[in-house]
Each structure stands twice: as C-alpha cells, then as structure tokens.
Design a protein around this ligand. Structure first.
Ligand code: FAD
Length: 451
C-alpha cells in the first residue's frame, strides 16, 4: 500500500493542504492504515466533492476510499443493495437502473461515493418527500479508531453520529441501502418561471407535494421587483406506460448514456466571471426558460446532474477557487430568507444560478444538515473583495433565525456559531471522545470548527 504526500483540496479549491494519501484496496489495508496513521490522524475521503475542507487533513493521513468499490449483493426483488462505501452513485446507477432501481437520493452530481453520501448525509431534489440519504441506509460497517470493524444498525447513537458525521466517527466500509423503484430512465418534468422570490415561495408551498423532485434555479443578480426571480423545475420518474409503443425509448426504457462535453478552460476570462458577465448569463437563462411547460421528457442525467457533463467545471474560477454557501432556515423564517436574498443581490455577488429548495422532515443524524424549511445554495468566487465579512454577517443572520450552514459545503464558518446551528453538537463531541479518545479521526474542517 503506497503513501504519497500530495496537495489535497475540496471541490471549491480554496484551502489545499498537504497530506499522506493512502488508497486501501482491502479492508485489512484500511485497518492497517488507521492503526498506523500517526499523531496527525486520518480522515476518509470519497470523490472529493465536498466543497470545503471536510476530506483533507493537513500533515496527517487521508484515506482515499475509492479503491474499495465493489457492489457485493443486489436483492432485485426488494431493491436492496450491499456495496462498498467507495462505490460512486454513478456506478450504482449504471448497475441498478437496468434492474428497475434507482438511488434513493442523489445530489447535483453522480460523482460522489456512498461513504461521502452518508458522511455528509446528503439531500437531493426529493428531500421534501424522501428525506436525506441516511433515511435509506439499513445498516453500515464502520472501522473505528481502535482498528475494529462494527456493524452499525439504525436507531443507535453511533448510526446517528455517523450519518452527517463528516467521517469523524470512523471509516464506513460498506453500506446496505434501500433503493427507489423506477420503470424507465426518463423523467417527466414541469417547468415554470417565478417572477420574484415571493411568487417562487408561494408556488413551492402550494404545489411541491405534487412532485417527487423539485428545485428552483434563482437569479441572485436580479434586482428591484425581479429580486429572486427563478425557474422552477419539478418532476417524477416516467412510468413505462407513458412511452409510446414502437419508440426507441419504449424498446430500451432504461437507456443511460450520459454525455460529456470537453473540459472548459482552466479559468474563464475575467469579463465572463464579473458581475456584468454573470448577470447577462442569468438573464439569458431566465428568458430562455418557458413561462410554463408540462410533461417534458428529460434524461436522468440532464434532470439531476447537468454539471456532470462538463468535466472539471470547478476550475473556471481560476487559482483562487470558489466558495459555495448553503444555509437552511425553518418555516416561519421566510423574512430571513427574503433579507438574505436581498442582501446577496444588493452586494452584487457574481453568482451563476443559485438553487432554492424546500426541505421536508429532518433525519436523526446529529450533525445532519437538513431541517424543515428553506435552503439556498450559491457559488461565489473566493477572490470577491470583502467576501469573508459579508458571509460572516449572513452566518449571524442564519444562526439568529435558528438556521445552519451546510458543513459539506463550508470552508470558512467561525466555530463560535456552530453550537447554535447544530444543537446536538455536544452529544456528537461526547460520543467521539468515547469511541475515539486519541483523536485518530480528524480533518481540517474538524480542527477549524473544534468538532
Ligand atoms: C456539483 C455538486 C453538486 C452537489 N450537490 C449537492 C446536493 O444537491 N446535495 C448535497 O447534499 N450535497 C451536494 N453536493 C456535495 C456532495 O454531495 C457532498 O459533499 C458529498 O459528501 C461528496 O461525496 P464524496 O464521495 O465526494 O466525499 P468527500 O467530498 O470526499 O468527503 C465528504 C465527507 O464525507 C466523509 N467521507 C467520505 N468517505 C467516507 C467513508 N468511507 N467513511 C466515512 N466518511 C466518509 C469525508 O470524511 C468528508 O467529511 C454537491 C457537490 C458538487 C460538487
């Protein structure tokens, strides 16, 4: 098992640090790596799609789990899969779709591992119906700091600390997942424009429950009466009977051939990333969307993972990288959401389309991000002058409203706000102290936030 010292960063490329990278190919190698990780500890890593510093560990060890990527068993009658934590959702979809099953929750990219999905307790466009990823995990195997492997079932403290626990309770080696049945690989999609934020929230509140998947792309550079204007796309898996007899789609209902464009240049010209360039892009995108269209058939990849078609798109922001800011505030805190949208739009953050979604019920993970309410996610170039102070002020607003920021996206939150945002933080710390008294599992995120 080789170990090279390399520079490791998150998807936003903001704070790279050097670590010893080890890629175990067997469970025994993973055990050996954890036992021998040294005083700076180790952290498991999947495909590195967390935006910030969650899967890096300055001066210590990073365990690249993508070498353990086997699908062990599929119960095709009941839709249950047992797989290694290093397998990607992309691979799972390829394997499961022809059998009539789909992953129960997918984020905006298929290029995440099952371990990363559990570690961050990810959510998808179906959160209001299906909850977060952990809701569909039946059990998992966890390699803990003492080098032992434990089977961890639902409704146990270790399960609730691990789902959303950002890799800090141990290394997930395998997981057993309950899948979502589908009859085709197509999506039936309704699209509508919302003229401003209030219009958007009213539409989401009134009819989100009619759809399994729902998301709004919001133009945060629009101002005045158009502040918060958006394009809302919602849909569900297309049933087989909706495909006409004799068509290619009907003959091959599970076809899955995601296309890939050439990689973009390693950074976009300044004029495209500045406010005017981004505002123009957002304007064209808003105008191009239909005012209202129903029943459009879309391929899975186009509906769920449009960015996956553009390899390395995260490099367009150049060396400085970018920050992704995602927060949630509960129902009843709409005024906070309105104020933050107004502040972002007045601050003229050059953010390409941001995403607004309505979360449903929370899952039990102690550091799991989703709570019922409104979540907004936006990308901002890290080099934007005054960005730190601006986001610090938004954090205060979010915390005062009882909301929280998403640790899988974070690279800059101040530790003092964490306990207010995550009320079960002390339980998490106590459990870690018990199962990992020497602090074997540690990441840059954990050090920065004293997790
Ligand atoms: C384009 C894009 C869109 C996204 N959209 C969404 C979205 O819609 N919803 C959402 O929730 N997230 C979203 N994300 C974030 C992403 O889903 C999460 O950060 C996810 O955790 C990344 O998985 P990964 O395999 O890349 O893990 P990494 O980024 O490598 O690691 C993430 C965390 O999981 C831990 N971890 C990884 N593997 C293991 C393991 N085997 N055992 C224990 N812990 C482990 C790591 O220690 C780290 O704390 C998006 C990211 C991108 C780049």
């Amino acid at each position: 098992m080789s170990a090279d010292t390399v520079s490791v960063s998150g998807w936003g490329r903001t704070a790279p640090t050097n670590a010893r990278l080890i890629r175990p190919r067997t469970y025994e190698e993973a055990v050996t790596a954890v036992r021998g990780c040294g005083t700076r500890g180790s952290i498991p890593r999947g495909l590195g799609r967390a935006y910030g510093d969650a899967a890096q560990n300055a001066g210590g060890t990073v365990l690249d789990m993508t070498g353990l990527d086997r699908v062990h068993a599929i119960d095709a009658d009941n839709g249950i899969v047992l797989c290694d934590a290093g397998v990607s959702l992309h691979r799972l979809i390829e394997v499961l779709l022809p059998l009539g099953w789909f992953v129960p929750v997918t984020p905006g990219t298929r290029q995440v591992t099952v371990g990363g999905a559990i570690g961050a307790d990810i959510h998808g466009k179906n959160h209001h119906v299906s909850g977060s990823f952990s809701r569909h995990v039946l059990s998992l195997e966890l390699l803990t700091a003492d080098g032992e492997i434990h089977t961890v079932g639902r409704d146990t403290p270790l399960f609730d600390a691990t789902t959303g626990g950002m890799g800090l309770t141990g290394v997930i080696l395998t997981a057993t997942l309950q899948l979502q049945p589908v009859e085709t690989s197509l999506m039936t999609v309704d699209t509508e424009r919302a003229r401003d934020l209030d219009d958007l929230m009213a539409r989401l509140t009134a009819t989100d429950d009619h759809y399994r998947y729902s998301v709004a792309w919001i133009d945060l550079l629009a101002r005045g009466t158009a502040t918060g204007r958006a394009v809302l796309t919602r849909g569900d898996h297309t049933p087989l009977e909706a495909l006409r007899e004799g068509t290619r789609a009907r003959r091959d209902p599970f076809a899955f051939h995601p296309s890939r464009l050439p990689a973009p240049p390693s950074f976009l010209p300044e004029r495209l990333l500045n406010r005017r360039g981004v505002a123009l892009f957002n304007e064209l995108w808003y105008r191009k969307a239909p005012r209202a269209r129903t029943g459009e058939l879309q391929r899975l990849a186009a509906f769920f993972h449009p960015l996956d078609g553009v390899p390395h798109w995260n490099r367009i922001y150049g060396r400085g990288g970018f920050v992704q800011y995602q927060f949630v505030v509960g129902h009843g805190q709409e005024e906070t959401l309105r104020r933050i949208v107004r502040r972002v739009s007045e601050h003229r953050c050059p953010s390409f389309l941001a995403v607004l979604k309505r979360f449903g019920d929370a899952d039990p993970g102690w550091l799991s991000f989703p709570v019922p309410g409104w979540t907004l996610a936006l990308d901002i170039p890290a080099a934007l002058p005054g960005l730190g102070a601006f986001l610090d002020a938004l954090d205060e607003d979010v915390a005062t409203a009882g909301g929280r920021v998403y640790l899988a996206k974070d690279s800059r939150l101040r530790p003092e706000l964490l306990a207010a945002m995550y009320p079960r933080l002390e339980e998490f710390r106590a459990l870690r102290a018990e199962v990992d008294p020497r602090g074997v599992f540690v990441s840059d995120l954990a050090r920065r936030l004293s997790l």
